[in-house]
Every structure is written in structure tokens, then in C-alpha cells.
Design a protein around this ligand. Structure first.
Ligand SMILES: NC(=O)c1ccc[n+]([C@@H]2O[C@H](COP(=O)([O-])OP(=O)(O)OC[C@H]3O[C@@H](n4cnc5c(N)ncnc54)[C@H](OP(=O)(O)O)[C@@H]3O)[C@@H](O)[C@H]2O)c1
Length: 446
């Protein structure tokens, strides 16, 4: 354990036993929902449809202006309220936080845990930023915190990493953690759209928010990667430590060149741990057409874990959507009711703080857009060679104007830091029309 870690409190175990005893004796645990949006209403639907099967009962629904949200199909006796104090100070055993974001969710979850109520949440932002603190609070107050829905929606990857693969020593987690980016990339690839049009179509289809920043710039996937790194690799990584590369710069022409290289493009999240450091990044990357990641389309998510003893394991399924995410939330509720979820907080608390960088060694793709003139390739090759980087191939499709000519250089393996040093020299060259796009070219197993 690290200095900041704590042992499981006796009270936590005692309370879990009390809750378990309550539910197994036939008295369902009382559940209060904070937030009745996409996921909250889907959770309420499962709890209302399956009262006989589940050892929990919906007792409260909180939302601002709750009258707009009221539905007729919940079980009788549910209290609908816009007063959060009524819920946090009430008799619910478990608070399900489905409001999202950091504020005020952080404060509400803290208050719930301090009063000894267990919390189930799907809030990746909150867990990535405050998970360890909230876990310790849960221990200290005899409550539990479960967050299985916070990564990959309905894919039970948190449970799988911390329970099913606990016997292995995992050194890498990677995959596709954001369905919105996948949708946009599929549009760029399949229909040859530019980024702005593909984004607009994603927004119209309900796959992207009005403000798409969190998705397209990688912050949503980063929060999930931070959680997976703590759970799977037992390493503490703060969201701000993880490099995020946007997909905004991508264009249909990048797919033309990627296909030429036997690849497609995906937003890849990956983290690798050694004894001394953690490598982590979220960025668009070329992946071979025959790799598992290349086959993930639409809102599907994929998580790959690599272990010293067990090798690679893949988890795939719907990473978003009210119903699939609600399944993960209700599964966490069952874990709490069975007294199993107290184990879930261990990895968050016990993870080790190590230096973090994005200095992976990869082959790379660089797409330049230049004003054509003699000597361009020689100037780029010289700048790369000055930093010990070899060019692997040069690709140039015909049919583009000389005033904005795209072409691609692929590189033999080098580190991200080597490449960045060379790129800072290349950016000073006078023929560039815009910022060159760099992407790693990943191997099949990533
Ligand atoms: N949707 C998914 O596919 C998915 C997948 C995995 C995880 N999650 C996570 O699940 C959580 C909920 O997501 P969601 O998609 O259900 O969001 P949502 O549809 O926007 O629902 C959030 C609900 O909370 C209410 N709310 C928000 N801020 C509030 C505040 N300050 N006070 C009172 N009520 C407030 C909203 O009320 P208004 O209607 O008034 O805005 C809305 O009813 C988030 O943490 C999200 O990251 C979602």
C-alpha cells in the first residue's frame, strides 16, 4: 500500500453485512436516484419492471424541476423531489448519482458517504478526479462506493479487471473508449466527409453533444483511461498527466493514406506500466485493418488488457446508451446489496503513484500540407535525421493543387519525445500550409 492508502475499515464490512442481511432477509434496500436523465430513467425502468427479482427498491427520485420528469410507471410510493437535502438526509440506503460532472455531484456524493449511505455512480469525471478520496471516505464511514458504469457503459470491464483478472499482473490496458469519436471517424472513412460535416451529422444523430469538446478532444476517454489504469495497472494517474490528442485535425485524406498502409484510424486510449513509470495517452492512431480495434464501429467500445501470465483479454460491447449503462448501474446495486462491492474500492485506494509520460516508442505517420516547391522532402528528412529518426516511406496521391499539397511520411520506430523535438524544428520551415498531423502507427495487438 502507498502512504495515502488505508486498510478496509471494520465498520465498512459491518455495514455491508447489515445491508446484505437486510436484503437477504427479504427487506429490499432503499434506493434514491439523483438525476433522472438518460441513464437515471433507464435505471428506474429496470428497478420498476423487476421488483420481484431485485433485492432493492426505488424510493426517491431527485432532479431539478422534477415535475417535468415525473412518470407513471415507477413503483407506487416513490418520492419525487427537487430538494436534494430530502434525499441525502432521508432513509435511502443507497444513493445512485446520475447527474454527471464534478459540481455539485462531488459534494452530494461526499455527503452521502459521510452519512453512511453507499453510492453507485456512472460518473467517470468524478471518479477520475476524486475516486481515491471518495473511496477513503466510504471506508471511513462504513459505506461503499461502486462505479462499474463509469467506463465502457454496459461492458463490465471494471469488475473483470479487478476480480476476474486479479490473479494476473496486468501491464497494459488499451482500447476504444469513446463511441462519439468512433462514429465521426466512421463517417470520415465511409463517406469521405470533412471533420466539420461529420461532427454536424453526429450531433444531428444524437451521438455528439452540442459542445463536443470532451469527446473529440479526448477528455472523456482520458477520464475512463485514468480509472482503468488505477483499477487494472494499480497506478495512480491524474487526468491532467495524460496526453490528449484531438481528432479535429483529421480529414478524409488521412483515411486514403491509412488504407494505403493497410490501416484505418481510431481514437486509441492506452496505458502501460513498468516498475518505474506509466506511459499513457489518448490520441488518434493508425491501426492495422486486421486488428481488433479496426473492427469497432459506431458506439461500440473495446478494452484490451495484457497480462504477464494470462496474455491478452478483450472486452467489447455498448459503451454508452441509457439501457446498457443502466444495466451496469443495477449490477452495482446488486453488488452493494450482496455486500460484495466493498472490495471494489481497494484498487482505487491502493494504486501507486509513478511518473507519467506519453513517451511511447512507435512507428509514426506524419501528414504534411505544403506549398509545393523543390527541396521539401530533403528539408524534412534532414530535420528528422538530426534527431536520429529514419523515414520508412513517402506517400503522395495525385490530384491535389500545388498550393495545398498533402503528402505523408511514415517513420521507423522512434519515441514520441524524439519526434516532438524534430517536429519543433520542422514547424519553422516556410512551406507548411498548416500544422502537420502526427499519429502513431500501432501494431495488431493494440
Ligand atoms: N448517457 C450515457 O450513455 C452514459 C454512459 C456512461 C456513463 N454515463 C454517465 O452517467 C451520468 C448521467 O448521464 P446521462 O446521460 O444520464 O445525463 P443526462 O441525460 O444529462 O441526465 C442528467 C440528469 O441530471 C439532471 N441534473 C444535471 N445537473 C443537475 C443539477 N445541478 N441539479 C439537479 N439536477 C441535475 C439533469 O436535469 P436536466 O434535465 O434539468 O438537465 C438530468 O435529468 C453521467 O455521469 C455520464 O457521464 C452516461
Amino acid at each position: 500500500m502507498t502512504a495515502g492508502s488505508e486498510s478496509l475499515g471494520e465498520t465498512a464490512v459491518a455495514l455491508n453485512q447489515t445491508q446484505t442481511a437486510q436484503s437477504t432477509k427479504g427487506t429490499p434496500l432503499k434506493v434514491a436516484l439523483l438525476g433522472f436523465g438518460t441513464v437515471g430513467s433507464a435505471v428506474a425502468r429496470i428497478l420498476s419492471d423487476e421488483p420481484a427479482r431485485l433485492p432493492v427498491r426505488l424510493t426517491h427520485v431527485y432532479n431539478r424541476n422534477v415535475e417535468r420528469k415525473r412518470v407513471e410507471w415507477t413503483n407506487p410510493g416513490v418520492v419525487w423531489t427537487s430538494n436534494v437535502d430530502e434525499v441525502l438526509g432521508g432513509d435511502a440506503d443507497i444513493i445512485v448519482e446520475l447527474v454527471g460532472g464534478i459540481d455539485p455531484a462531488h459534494d452530494w456524493v461526499r455527503r452521502a458517504l459521510i452519512s453512511g449511505k453507499s453510492v453507485v455512480t456512472a460518473n467517470k469525471k468524478l471518479i477520475a478526479a476524486h475516486g481515491p478520496e471518495l473511496s477513503r471516505l466510504a471506508h471511513a464511514h462504513g459505506a461503499t462506493l461502486a462505479f462499474g458504469a463509469s467506463v465502457a457503459g454496459g461492458v463490465p470491464v471494471i469488475d473483470a479487471l479487478q476480480e476476474g483478472l486479479a490473479g494476473d499482473k496486468l501491464y497494459r490496458v488499451s482500447g476504444i473508449l469513446n463511441g462519439t469519436c468512433n462514429f465521426i471517424l466512421t463517417k470520415l472513412e465511409g463517406e469521405g466527409l470533412d471533420f466539420a460535416t461529420a461532427l454536424q451529422q453526429a450531433q444531428e444523430a444524437g451521438f455528439a453533444e452540442a459542445d463536443p469538446t470532451d469527446d473529440v478532444d479526448g477528455y472523456d476517454a482520458r477520464a475512463k483511461l485514468v480509472i482503468l489504469t488505477r483499477i487494472g495497472l494499480h497506478a495512480v494517474v491524474q487526468p491532467e498527466q495524460v496526453l490528449c490528442g484531438s481528432i479535429r485535425q483529421l480529414d478524409a485524406v488521412d483515411f486514403i493514406y491509412a488504407h494505403e498502409l493497410g490501416c484505418t484510424i481510431r481514437q486509441i486510449s492506452r496505458a502501460e506500466r513498468t516498475n518505474h513509470h506509466v506511459l499513457a495517452s489518448v490520441r488518434p492512431a493508425l491501426v492495422p485493418m486486421d486488428s481488433p480495434t479496426a473492427h469497432i464501429t459506431g458506439s461500440l467500445n473495446l478494452v484490451l488488457s495484457s497480462g504477464k501470465y494470462g496474455g491478452q483479454t478483450a472486452f467489447s460491447g455498448h459503451g454508452a446508451g441509457g439501457h446498457s449503462t443502466a444495466v451496469a448501474v443495477v449490477s452495482d446495486l446488486l453488488d452493494v446489496a450482496r455486500g460484495r462491492a466493498h472490495a471494489a474500492v481497494r484498487p482505487l485506494v491502493e494504486a501507486e503513484a509513478l511518473p507519467v509520460s506519453a513517451n511511447f516508442a512507435d512507428k509514426f505517420y506524419i501528414r504534411f500540407t505544403v506549398r509545393d516547391r523543390p527541396g521539401i522532402v530533403a528539408a524534412i528528412a534532414t530535420a528528422l535525421a538530426a534527431h536520429g529518426i529514419n523515414i520508412d516511406a513517402l506517400l503522395q496521391k495525385p490530384g491535389f493543387g500545388k498550393d495545398a499539397l498533402p503528402f505523408v511520411v511514415t517513420l521507423e520506430e522512434c519515441t514520441a519525445e524524439q519526434l516532438e523535438a524534430a517536429m519543433s524544428d520542422i514547424r519553422k520551415l516556410d512551406f507548411l500550409v498548416d500544422e502537420p498531423l502526427t499519429m502513431p502507427i500501432l501494431s495488431r495487438e493494440l
